[in-house]
Design a protein around this ligand. Structure first.
Ligand SMILES: Cc1ncc(C[n+]2csc(CCOP(=O)(O)OP(=O)(O)O)c2C)c(N)n1
Length: 570
């Protein structure tokens, strides 16, 4: 019914665009999806002219579509603009900010509300309830088949003639949604989103309408594949599985998300002020493990990161200790609430940032590579990165002792696998852990990047240098005492971080050195000033120089004279 790329078809989040990819020239390459060098899992403007808008984060489709519709109107174009958004996208404020604008800005825009009653988990909140009431309304149930028949009869040349009449008829028969009508959109539906002939006839009709419309379609998550129907949450996104049975590989080692959740369960047992907040990611953040233990202290607010943070701020003003468990990439949404609501008021909200660092197969929309840069400059903020799961627990315990806001960044995937202490301990704030002392070079490995730092230290020791190995623990406040101490002794610093170099931990070290009047060079190993594509973490690290070899190549010329001196001395 629509002719892309001339017509503009855009998807909210856009992980729903697999069929779109198949029918717009990417069928042959489809099996490469989410593989290194293959198709991206989301729409990407650089991947195809049929992907008119890239996404990955929720809530953007309506605003972007309205922008395209207004651009078309201003240029005098005639193309259609169609936004497809899931029911959970309507729990996001941006969708409503767009709705508030639509009727005043354009007369032609088609919004499809693709309602499967699921976010990643079950959709939550009043909007989900509202959609559910429309769908289960007796009036609608009774009249649905006659409405469908009317729409089915529409089409072809008859459409224009009968449009007006049908519109009236359809409006009278279909259960109207007051909410969308109040926003100035004409509401149609709900109709069966798996009935292709009905959808075709409906779109033929909607194309003739000269005001913004919203079509509510009902779909089933996992339709057509029994294992996905049996495990709708699991099949939202998963690794390789057996297509016959839907079985995935048995879960291996514990993840950081699980370690976080288990620790929070324990800490919340001892401290009744602790509450946990997720923005529609109970599964991904691990909080679904917290929920059964403390159901009254668990809050899923929908895909609403800004609200989650301000809600946490509100609770903190009343003595609670809220934890916002939000992926590094999605917390970007809440930058202003972190500054304006939490930090400025010095409220003790704890941000637990899962997926901090490269997110691998998800690609640039999901890599968590900016959080240090966006949090480091905020006054009152304490920013930590654990080297392993035991230290994560210590940092969580420490965070709850602080009078103001704090954030802990930890990566996607498996923990280091170290032994856990029986009880987490409170860490001295702003103090790094010197793992090994050394006199020629000081090597800092932030968080799990301590692994690469340790390898480099060993390598340099083998080469005849004396290398200090330091686990910074705190990005902010940074340990100036340790930095200044080593600045007096070593010929160079090396910093490793799973974050962009610009504004990251290495930059913080360089700033501290400069402020202390020390001219020691810093080799910063981190991600370049460039959006990183999807792929396997190790391969991308090798491609962009986040390796021991790269660090060694850069640092050797800076410390070479030390080795000669050492040799002469011996
Ligand atoms: C800002 C933001 N927060 C969280 C997510 C994680 N996320 C990806 S898909 C999804 C659920 C989307 O549900 P819905 O909009 O109903 O679309 P569906 O997947 O059901 O088609 C969520 C929460 C995201 N993509 N963006």
């Amino acid at each position: 019914m629509f002719d892309t790329p001339n017509d503009r078809l855009l998807f909210d989040v856009s992980h729903q665009a697999y069929i779109h990819k198949i029918i717009t020239g990417r069928r042959e390459r489809f099996e490469t999806i989410r593989q290194p060098g293959g198709l991206n899992g989301f729409c990407l403007r650089t991947e195809s002219e049929h992907d008119c808008y890239g996404a990955g984060h929720a809530g953007t489709a309506l605003s972007a579509a309205l922008g395209m519709a207004v651009a078309r109107d201003m240029a005098g174009g005639s193309e259609h603009v169609v936004a497809v958004a899931g029911d959970a996208a309507f729990t996001n404020g941006i969708s409503f900010e767009a709705l508030n604008n639509v009727a005043a800005q354009t007369r032609r825009l088609i919004i499809v509300l693709n309602d499967n009653e699921w976010s990643i988990d079950r959709n939550v909140g009043a909007i989900a309830g509202y959609f559910h009431r429309i769908v289960t309304n007796e009036h609608y149930q009774h009249l649905h088949s006659s409405a469908a028949k009317i729409l089915e009869r529409l089409g072809g040349k008859k459409v224009l003639k009968v449009a007006k009449k049908a519109e009236e008829a359809a409006k009278g028969i279909l259960w109207p949604s007051m909410m969308f009508e109040e926003f100035g959109l004409e509401y149609f539906g709900p109709i069966d989103g798996h009935n292709i002939p009905l959808l075709v006839e409906t779109f033929k009709f909607l194309k003739t309408i000269d005001h913004p419309v919203l079509l509510h379609v009902l779909t089933q998550k996992g339709r057509g594949y029994q294992p996905a129907l049996d495990g709708q949450k699991k099949f939202h996104g998963l690794g390789p599985y057996d297509p016959e049975t839907g079985q995935t590989k048995p879960a291996g080692q514990q993840t950081y998300s699980e370690a976080f959740a288990n620790t929070l369960v324990e800490l919340a047992r001892a401290d009744e002020r602790i509450v946990a907040i997720t923005a529609a990611m109970p599964n991904g953040t691990g909080l679904d493990l917290f929920r059964p233990h403390h159901p009254k202290r668990y809050f899923d607010v929908g895909i609403a990161e800004e609200h989650a943070v301000i809600f946490a701020a509100g609770m903190a003003t009343r003595g609670f200790r809220p934890v916002c468990a939000i992926y590094s990439t999605f917390l970007q949404r809440a930058f202003d609430p972190i500054v304006h609501d939490v930090a400025l008021q010095k409220l003790p909200v704890v941000f637990c940032m899962d997926r901090a660092g490269l997110s691998g197969d998800d690609g640039p929309t999901h890599h968590g590579l900016f959080d240090i840069a966006y949090l480091r400059g905020i006054p009152e903020m304490t920013l930590m990165a654990p080297k392993d799961e035991d230290e994560l627990a210590d940092m969580m315990k420490t965070a709850f002792e602080l009078p103001g806001p704090s954030a802990i960044r930890y990566p996607r995937g498996a923990v280091a696998g170290v032994a856990r202490k029986a009880e987490p301990r409170v860490l001295p704030v702003g103090r790094a852990e010197v793992i090994a002392d050394g006199a020629d070079v000081a090597i800092f490995g932030l968080g799990p990047m301590i692994g690469l730092a340790a390898e480099l230290a060993e390598q340099l020791e083998r080469d005849g240098f004396s290398a200090a190995l330091i686990n910074p623990r705190f990005v902010k406040p940074i340990d100036r005492e340790v930095i200044e101490r080593y600045a007096q002794r070593v010929a160079a610093f090396v910093t490793f971080e799973d974050h962009v170099k610009m504004g990251g931990f290495g930059s913080a070290v360089a700033e501290a050195l400069q402020e202390a009047g020390c001219a020691v060079p810093v080799v910063r190993i981190g991600w370049p000033d460039h959006f990183i594509e999807h792929g396997k973490v190790d391969a991308l690290r090798a491609k962009y120089g986040l390796t021991v070899e790269e660090a060694e190549t850069q640092v050797l010329p800076l410390i070479a004279h030390r080795k000669r001196r050492a040799l002469v001395a011996s």
